[in-house]
Design a binder for this molecule. Structure first.
Ligand code: FE2
Length: 411
């Protein structure tokens, strides 16, 4: 396959790309098509590595309104509703909903996903289902599964044993939820347990960390200290960290030194954090998002996730990474022109670092031919115009083709 007249984001001139045996083999201008080689003319449109959703919950997706809608819009009502819905899960139910969400994600150019899976369920129905989905769709999407203790490790019966069992079942990443544990001490102990278990099993860590508008929530400093002292560093990710939006500046100044030393990654979920955040405020209302701009400017890796797609925590969402990018730029005051042009990094290259997939992710000769051709010549236009993913190519195969919409103007 030959892609002609492609615009790569870090180059000013157009180039051509040859794909053979599922890999990028040549990236340079003026390549000549071989006999019978499939040629796609990009007409100067932007080619990116595929979108990555670095934080989503595919076990709960498509359950909004079941058994009831979250009318307060709080994280805690969401957890209560999910605890009820969880009791009716079946493997077929989880698989059907997860696949429905994944198909929309793939149609929108996503090829890599990190999904948290609630393991505070002794039957492990959701985890069994998502392990099957991961295997069944492995030629379409690379799915990382996080053992996520939604109702706590120390605060849920046999929480530690459930995490250990999830490791045996084959998860890729271990999660946590320190701000939801009964006490600060439980929160600290849960993080020590999770990091230790991950080290023993050579797994990554991704913690729902301080997802609360409480300036006293301090799970992050413990997680970053563990990353630093154990040497796990960038194998550890702090998701949400919305309490950082409420920390005072003096504490944050001190904290950022540790964060830089620790090399941990951050995932913000701009849509869901903004929706769930500030719910206990009257006015002024806090925005609910972590300090994305300050983290980025400090050289700390930040990516964006969708988090929830039509579930008890968020009633919206359609598997399109342009949505969290748009919201993240607005809420994070990241609307400088260069900020917007480069914002694809939040859902591509930065997310690849978080998922630890940079050894096979990116448009480079010799790498697997994974890429998306967008209907726009730069990301400013792509984001503003909700540009279609014209082609999503995975290991050299065209997964999805989209024809641009045609508008007939009668005036
Ligand atoms: Fe989450």
């Amino acid at each position: 396959m030959l892609l002609k007249n492609v615009k790569l984001p870090d180059q000013t001139k157009l180039t051509d790309i040859r794909i053979e045996d599922g890999k990028f083999v040549q990236i340079k201008p003026d390549l000549i098509a071989n006999d019978s080689e499939q040629v796609i003319d990009a007409h100067g449109n932007l080619l990116l590595p595929p979108y990555i959703d670095s934080h989503v919950h595919l076990d709960a997706t498509q359950t909004a309104g079941q058994p009831r809608w979250n009318e307060t819009g709080t994280l805690f009502e969401g957890i209560n509703i999910w605890a009820e819905r969880k009791q009716t899960l079946t493997i077929d139910d989880v698989k059907a909903r997860a696949k429905k969400a994944i198909y929309r994600q793939v149609e929108n150019g996503i090829q890599f996903v990190r999904s948290h899976v609630d393991v505070t369920d002794p039957s492990f129905t959701a985890l069994k289902a998502l392990l099957e989905v991961k295997e069944e769709l492995k030629d379409v999407i690379e799915l990382q599964l996080v053992a996520f203790p939604q109702e706590g490790v120390l605060s849920f019966p046999h929480g530690k044993e459930l995490m250990e069992e999830a490791v045996k079942m084959g998860v890729d990443v271990l999660g946590g939820i320190p701000h939801y544990e009964f006490t600060r001490e439980y929160g600290v102990e849960s993080l020590k347990f999770i990091v230790d278990l991950a080290q023993k099993n050579d797994l990554l860590v991704d913690v729902h960390c301080d997802e609360i508008d409480d300036p006293q929530a301090r799970g992050l400093e413990t997680l970053a200290t563990l990353a630093y002292e154990t040497g796990m560093g960038d194998k550890i990710t702090a998701s949400h960290t919305t309490a950082m939006g409420s920390y005072n500046d003096a504490y944050c100044f001190k904290l950022f030194k540790l964060l830089k030393m620790s090399h941990i990654n951050f995932v913000a979920n701009p849509l869901v954090n903004t929706h769930l955040g500030g719910r206990f405020d009257s006015y002024p209302k806090r925005r609910g998002m972590t300090r994305v701009k300050e983290l980025r400017d400090a050289g700390i890796n930040v990516s964006f996730g969708e988090d929830d797609l039509k579930d008890p925590w968020y009633p919206m969402g359609d598997g399109n990474m342009l949505d969290p990018v748009y919201m993240g730029l607005v809420v994070g005051h990241l609307m400088g022109h260069e900020d917007i042009l480069n914002s694809y990094n939040f859902v591509t290259n930065n997310a690849a670092k978080t998922l630890h997939i940079t050894d096979h992710y990116g448009i480079k000769e010799g790498y697997p031919a994974n890429c998306i051709l967008l209907n726009g010549t730069n990301f400013y236009d792509v984001l503003n115009e909700h540009a279609e993913v014209l082609y999503s190519i995975h290991e050299g195969n065209i997964l999805v083709e989209t024809k641009p919409k045609e508008i007939k103007r009668n005036f």
